[in-house]
Design a protein around this ligand. Structure first.
Ligand code: UP5
Ligand code: MG
Length: 203
């Protein structure tokens, strides 16, 4: 597909800030197609015959960033699939609008994706104190079965977020491409703030 067929909004924020939860709301009300980089990596990890399963499992447990070639290939394949499904089921020539959640998490990934796949419109950035995120993740860990929802992995994820992923947000902010929203309080309260924030981008 060509960049002219799609628009992309990134959703960034620390582990447990609510990227997935709020993306679901945005899909319902704004017609976005949601792609979670983490979900795609977990699916690839569990896919029979994947040559990357063990590598992905290790990186995720350690809270490290999986080599970007893998993640970008998963994302752009999913985008291509979604576009071909959409165009075979309707005659509309409207652009496909993607919400890409949890990516890019490292500066080189941001540059590579925007150059080889599609430039982003803007980034929705969810801000949340670590104590709040930790509480949410430990609670989810009681039932999620996610390998990284334990105290030690959570600590590593927080560190990677601060050291490696925040520079991405800072770079987009310099380009005036960030909508920042406070992600504390209830899911509904956060979503209301997001809706207000999106208005500043004409949505
Ligand atoms: N919850 C949500 N909002 C709430 C609210 N307002 N009040 C109370 N509870 C709230 O939410 C987390 C939990 O909190 C849920 O139980 C929810 O009900 C509750 P969620 O919406 O899932 O938050 P999210 O920000 O999506 O948290 P997630 O754990 O998915 O964030 P991560 O960024 O850590 O996870 P992700 O799946 O994106 O990545 C996992 C790993 O994959 C990374 O650590 C990395 O190793 C790897 N990865 C890469 O290598 N490259 C990539 O590009 C992407 C991922
Ligand atoms: Mg998520």
């Amino acid at each position: 597909f060509s960049p002219s067929e799609v628009t992309v909004v990134f959703v960034l924020g620390g582990p447990g800030s609510g990227k997935g939860t709020q993306s679901t709301n945005l899909v319902r009300d704004y017609g976005f197609i949601h792609l979670s980089a983490g979900d795609l990596l977990r699916a690839e990890q569990n896919r029979e015959g994947s040559e990357y399963g063990d590598l992905i499992r290790t990186y995720i447990r350690e809270g490290k960033i999986v080599p970007m070639e893998i993640t970008v290939a998963l994302l752009s394949n999913s985008m291509a699939d979604a576009i071909s499904t959409a165009s075979s089921s309707s005659s509309s020539a409207a652009k496909a609008r993607f919400l890409v959640d949890g990516f890019p998490r490292k500066l080189d990934q941001a540059v590579f994706f925007e150059k080889t796949v599609c430039p982003s419109e803007f980034t929705l950035f969810l801000t949340c104190p670590e104590e709040v995120m930790e509480k949410r993740l430990l609670k989810r860990g009681e039932t999620s079965g996610r390998d990284d929802d334990n105290a030690e992995s959570i600590r590593k994820r927080f560190r990677t977020f601060v050291e490696t992923s925040m520079p991405v947000v800072d770079a987009f902010r310099e380009q005036d491409k960030v909508v920042s929203v406070e992600a504390t309080g209830s899911v509904d309260e956060v979503y209301e703030r997001i809706r207000e924030g999106l208005k500043t981008k004409g949505l």
